[in-house]
Ligand binder design. Structure first.
Ligand code: MCA
Ligand code: AMP
Length: 502
């Protein structure tokens, strides 16, 4: 009887009194108490009727208890579905309706807005705040601190992570225990994580990067985390001297570089800085090395695939590349239309296959079939090439995607919403260079008569998460189109390219 993910990540620490999490206020959580908290939560979920294979959706602040909800789900065989805390009630309604979780856990401050959502979709609503308060901990105090770990197989689902799509409808990527475990095992080895490590963790835990890369790697290695609720420069500067490693999106690195307190002395003792989720500019790479003496290790992944490639730990970490395919990951560069491999050094679609690759989109068999080749390779939608030394370069995307501060934003979703607004005839949403977020979202509107951009901005405010909302709206007479009638976003991107220049 086994539960491979639980057995690898959590079981070894059940009786461990070593520190697992250190919080910004200096308080600590030991592995043992973390796992007792998870066992109590597992009892609450099971008592609420949630069975192995059922889903639990969470939209909660980052905290040790929030991570314990993930551990509880693994222990009880429940599919964990974390949601961005920035999503509006409208957005959460879609995810809950699509995934039909048995329980939804939200912050108490959103309880009023999400009660009708949970009711509409037949889910029980529990609450958990960022300081360990709420109805879930209240119930957990009343139940046993022992829970018999449920049996699971490697092929059983462990998590759903929603990713938007080119059609505007979000898709639930179904990730198995094997997807998560095989990737964590590769990364622990590749990046040399041990129980002596202390990771400075400031990423959100509702996405692959902060949850499966950072947290799973530390759990598997038995390493400690300095667990910050979000990126805060003062907390980062205070945490770095106590850490051995850090993982972040490029915005973390540009913000640290903007801080004069980032010096060689502050980070001289550290062994590894990892960047991913969005392209790291070569200039950031170089500037960081000049300032700190450390070469950032850049890696490349996706919600659907976990991590695919990484620069080497020992060999040359080459700026502007994402390194080599990880152990067990097969990567090829193919003609996006035909799937035929292109010649070495040529640009094509990046396709991957391996135990890291998800099993499909929840209840979207056609979409799943579209994104996989017959031989099992998954089309990432990223364009790249492999250089003569085997380093993978990402040179662009065939999918219309904006990455802002490490968050993915699909223009189609925003365009559909803008097109609904009074006075808007049509719209195009683009990403242009932004000094802090890498790319900033810009909306270009064609007026249907009487168009007030302030009113449009106000009207979409409660509909989509703030980070997706255009940081600027422009009105034009018409959108540039090619002879096929397709909007030329490259022309628009060029037109507004200096909008956010420093
Ligand atoms: C916040 N805002 C943003 C973003 N974040 N706008 C655009 N893009 C963003 N990413 C807006 C807020 O709505 C607000 O707007 C204003 O900026 C300031 O908000 P605040 O909360 O103070 O922002 P912040 O704390 O400074 O956050 C910026 C951040 C954060 C630290 C870069 O977004 C972050 O932690 N990003 C990491 C995302 C991540 O983990 N991605 C991994 C995905 P206003 O002032 O107008 O109200 S996993 C993935 O991509 C794959 C698998 C991979 O390879 O890892
Ligand atoms: P997500 O859907 O949030 O999982 O984001 C995955 C996408 O982020 C990938 O398909 C890439 O386009 C992008 N991405 C992740 N890591 C990198 C990186 N190191 N460099 C460039 N793009 C990246």
């Amino acid at each position: 009887m086994a539960n491979p993910l639980f057995d690898a990540l959590f079981r070894p620490h059940l009786d461990s009194d070593r520190v697992f999490l250190e919080l910004a206020d200096g308080s600590q959580w030991r592995f043992r108490e973390f796992l007792i908290c998870a066992a109590r939560f597992a009892n609450v979920f099971t008592d609420a009727g949630v069975k192995p294979g059922d889903r639990i959706a969470v939209q909660i602040a980052k905290s040790p208890e929030a991570l314990a909800v993930y551990a509880a789900c693994v222990k009880a065989g429940i599919v964990f579905l974390p949601l961005n805390t920035a999503y509006t009630a409208d957005e959460v309604d879609y995810f809950v309706g699509d995934a039909t979780p048995g329980v939804v856990i939200c912050d108490p401050k959103n309880e009023a807005a999400l009660t009708p959502v949970a009711e509409r979709h037949g889910a029980r609503l529990l609450t958990l705040d960022g300081s360990g308060g709420g109805s879930l901990p209240g119930l957990a105090a009343l139940v046993s601190d022992r829970f018999e770990t449920r049996d699971r197989q490697s092929s059983d689902l462990a998590a759903f992570l929603y990713t938007s799509g080119t059609t505007g409808r979000s898709k639930g990527a179904m990730l198995t225990q094997e997807n998560l475990l095989s990737n964590a095992q590769s990364l622990v080895g590749y990046w040399r994580f041990t129980e002596d490590d202390v990771l400075l963790h400031a990423l959100p835990i509702f996405h692959t990067h902060g949850l499966f890369v950072a947290s799973n790697v530390c759990l598997l290695a038995g390493a400690q985390m300095i667990f910050l609720p979000a990126f805060d420069p003062d907390a980062m500067i205070a945490g770095l001297p106590k850490a051995t490693t850090m993982m972040g999106v490029p915005t973390f690195y540009t913000r640290l570089l903007d801080d004069p307190r980032l010096t060689k002395d502050l980070v001289g003792h550290m062994r590894l800085f990892v960047s991913g989720s969005a392209p790291l500019l070569a200039e950031t790479h170089i500037e960081f090395e000049e300032r700190t003496g450390h070469r950032i290790l850049e890696r490349y992944g996706m919600t659907e695939t976990n991590m695919n490639t990484s620069n080497p730990y020992d060999g040359e970490r080459r700026a502007g590349t994402v390194g080599f395919p990880l152990p067990q990951v097969e990567l090829r560069i193919a003609d996006p239309d035909t799937g035929a491999a292109v010649a070495q050094g040529e640009i094509g679609g990046i396709e991957v296959r391996g135990p890291n690759v998800f099993v499909g989109y929840w209840q979207m068999p056609e979409k799943t079939a579209e994104d996989f080749r017959e031989d099992g390779f998954f089309k990432t939608g990223d364009l790249g090439k492999v250089d003569e030394d085997g380093y993978v370069h990402i040179v662009g995307r065939s999918k219309d995607l904006i990455i802002s501060g490490g968050y993915n934003i699909y223009p189609k979703e925003i365009e559909l919403l803008l097109d609904e607004q009074a006075g808007v005839k049509e719209s195009a949403v683009i990403g242009v260079p932004h000094p802090d977020f890498g790319e900033g979202v810009v909306g270009v509107l064609v007026s249907a008569g009487d168009l007030d951009t302030d009113a449009v901005a106000e009207s979409i405010r409660s509909r989509i998460a703030r980070f997706k909302q255009p940081k600027a709206l422009f009105v034009v007479d018409e959108l540039p189109r090619n002879t096929m009638g397709k909007v030329q976003k490259n022309v628009l991107r060029d037109r507004y390219k200096d909008l956010f220049a420093k």
